[in-house]
Design a protein around this ligand. Structure first.
Ligand SMILES: NC(=O)c1ccc[n+]([C@@H]2O[C@H](COP(=O)([O-])OP(=O)(O)OC[C@H]3O[C@@H](n4cnc5c(N)ncnc54)[C@H](OP(=O)(O)O)[C@@H]3O)[C@@H](O)[C@H]2O)c1
Length: 260
């Protein structure tokens, strides 16, 4: 497993993490993933999977980079503090490695939310502040609302069917040292059955990898991008971990780039 720098920090996080939206796999797949180095675990108060994650990481908390999110309806100051305490309790831990605003909420001033985030950092309840589904402008506003902390990451949709973030967001985040966390990297398991996929199959065969591994490797080709596939099945978790630790050639990258 390859590890990448989180934002502007000295912390390293696994290039392939483990998502838990609609996760019903129990503790086993998550534990196997951790043992294979996929120590970045992603959840959210909204997912209803925090308890399972807490159980899966209980004996390995020190190894894990634990990330969760506050729902956009809970980002008034006091609600956000309360939401963080709820997540800490369900995850059965003293501190979160990354706490994110799940979606922007234009009805609540970002300054108010970010002041609560900074309080949580000061109290040791969270280590780093992140956001999710924020545009470049929303990111700038969030950063400007912070007094002493920096936004370390933005979690956004990124897969071969939706490469929109490559235009503006990824270059901006690279410049500002913000990690991009790619969600739904396997397009929720819906790979189209067409000529494009056959390109991937061919590249996979040539490299002795699977199609899913080629996709994840392609998506994480930039130094500031990591991915968090979800897998209910342990075989999928194992396969996804094997997407890291090697790199597609420039020729393969170009071919995928041109096909999608
Ligand atoms: N911030 C946000 O707003 C937001 C939104 C959506 C998702 N997320 C995060 O991103 C994570 C991942 O996204 P996602 O769950 O939407 O979709 P995804 O990871 O793109 O796809 C998950 C689907 O792919 C299948 N799969 C996993 N590994 C596979 C492999 N190696 N080969 C073939 N199929 C494979 C899974 O099957 P099995 O389950 O049967 O193994 C599941 O059906 C979420 O769990 C969540 O943590 C965040």
């Amino acid at each position: 497993m390859n590890y990448k720098q989180l934002g502007n920090t000295q912390v390293k996080i696994s290039e392939i993490g483990q998502g838990t939206w609609q996760y019903r796999g129990g503790v086993e797949p998550l534990k196997v993933g951790i043992s294979l180095g996929a120590t970045h675990i992603d959840t959210a108060e909204m997912y209803g999977t925090e308890e399972t994650v807490g159980e899966a990481i209980a004996k390995e908390r020190g190894k894990v980079f634990l990330a969760t999110k506050v729902s956009p309806s809970h980002i008034h100051h006091d609600d956000l503090i309360k939401a963080a305490e709820g997540s800490l309790r369900r995850l059965d831990t003293d501190t979160l490695d990354l706490y994110m605003i799940h979606w922007p909420n234009p009805r609540i001033p970002i300054k108010e939310s970010m002041s609560a985030m900074e309080e949580l950092v000061k109290r040791g309840k969270i280590k780093h502040i992140g956001v999710s589904n924020f545009s470049v402008n929303e990111l700038k506003e969030a950063q400007n609302a912070l007094k002493s902390e920096k936004i370390v990451s933005n979690q956004v949709e990124y897969n071969l069917q939706n490469r929109e973030i490559e235009e503006e967001l990824v270059p901006y985040c690279k410049k500002e040292k913000i990690t991009v966390v790619a969600y739904s990297p396997l397009a929720r398991g819906n790979l189209p059955d067409n000529e494009q996929v056959r390109v991937l199959d061919r590249i996979a065969e040539k490299n002795g990898k699977t199609t899913a591994q080629v996709i994840l490797n392609f998506l994480t080709r930039e130094e500031n991008v990591v991915a968090i596939p979800k897998a209910n099945r342990t075989e999928h978790t194992q396969e996804n971990c094997g997407a890291s630790g090697w790199r597609l050639s420039n020729e393969d990258l170009r071919e995928i780039d041109e096909s999608f």
